[in-house]
Design a protein around this ligand. Structure first.
Ligand code: DAH
Length: 339
């Protein structure tokens, strides 16, 4: 019996040693230690061993089982370690690799402007709102005091996807959407793409706007001026001054165009500001009470102020870009300069 066990250990040791992969080691484990395995058979055969030999042979069989278990485990560890090392060698990173030639992206100048403007307004307690680019006529026009057939629609003709569905022409649509669903106080900014039938050096059929809206008790044109002056000083520099020129928008009364002192010549007059010292940056006004009322806000209790700026226009002023189309051509030499 002992002789048989010795042979078994010898044979198992040899075969374990020769194993080259985890699968074959698993097979050996089954062959020797599994339910129908050879060691298991020896243990089962103990019942036929004469009683006086049982303690000694029993010990011997147990020792054989432990030896083979240890050998299998050790070989298994060795093979797993080997496999792990091979995997790590395959996946290792060449830290001497020169990435000079790899192309690395950068933020588009319009994205830089949007981030900066939103940062300034959220710093003043505004929340950021969003609305759909395919908009309903009522939000883009009607609730903003631009009924069907109103002449001001001419300047904002657009693509229609049905009688009442259109590509929005202004982020002001989000004002109406918000006012209808929210109780004042409201303080929001809304960035997004808008669409118009224009195309020249300063206009593009798709461009981006940022809308601002404040609705609360006792907000006035003076608040609007203070707010926009602070904004302009943060966006350009702290010496920037703001002036209001009378204008017209159906959704504000009074309405203004807002100019800032030229950040290049500081108001003296240069090529950028066409010699005037001033640059127009946005449209704004006190929300027309008709708009508040049609959006379900009591205009005898609340007032509002609103503004809308063109992102590309701000980018052109800030970075001295002469033609809006450069912003959409994706010329990598131009885009790289914003890294
Ligand atoms: N929606 C206007 C435009 O696209 C810009 C604007 C002007 C927005 C005055 C406003 C505002 O909220 O009060 O030309």
């Amino acid at each position: 019996m002992k002789e048989k066990i010795n042979q078994l250990i010898e044979q198992a040791t040899q075969r374990i040693k020769e194993s080259q992969d985890v699968n074959s080691i698993n097979d050996l484990k089954v062959q020797y230690l599994g339910k129908a395995g050879e060691i298991t058979a020896l243990l089962k055969g103990m019942k036929d061993v004469p009683n006086e030999q049982k303690p000694e042979i029993g010990k011997y069989v147990n020792k054989a089982r432990d030896t083979i278990t240890d050998l299998i485990q050790a070989k298994m560890n060795e093979l797993q370690q080997k496999a792990m090392n091979a995997k790590m060698m395959k996946e290792q990173i060449d830290i001497t690799y020169d990435e000079k030639d790899a192309t690395r992206g950068s933020l588009h100048p319009c994205t830089l402007v949007i981030d900066e403007v939103l940062d300034i307004f959220t710093g003043m307690g505004f929340t950021v709102a969003n609305g759909p680019e395919i908009e309903m006529d009522k939000f883009n026009f009607q609730l903003l005091n631009i009924p069907k057939d109103h002449p001001s629609r001419d300047m904002q003709d657009t693509f229609y996807a049905g009688e009442d569905l259109l590509l929005r022409t202004q982020t002001s649509a989000v004002q109406a959407r918000t006012m209808i669903n929210t109780k004042p106080p409201i303080k929001l900014v809304c960035p997004g793409k808008v669409y118009r039938p224009d195309y020249d050096a300063t206009h593009s059929p798709m461009f981006q706007q940022i809308e601002g809206l404040v609705v609360d008790k006792h907000v006035t044109l003076c608040d609007l001026k203070g707010l926009l002056e602070l904004f302009a000083q943060k966006l350009f520099n702290e010496k920037t001054k703001v002036r209001f020129r009378p204008s017209y928008f159906p959704f504000t009364e009074p309405s203004v165009e807002v100019d800032v002192t030229c950040s290049v010549c500081h108001g003296v007059g240069c090529r950028i500001c066409k010699g005037t010292g001033w640059i127009e940056i946005l449209g704004a006004g006190v929300v027309n009470p008709k708009v508040l009322d049609s959006c379900g806000i009591d205009s005898t209790k609340y007032s509002g102020l609103a503004f809308g700026l063109g992102v590309e226009r701000i980018a052109m002023i800030k970075y001295g870009i002469p033609d809006i189309r450069i912003l959409f051509e994706n010329d990598s030499r131009f885009l790289k300069s914003f890294k």
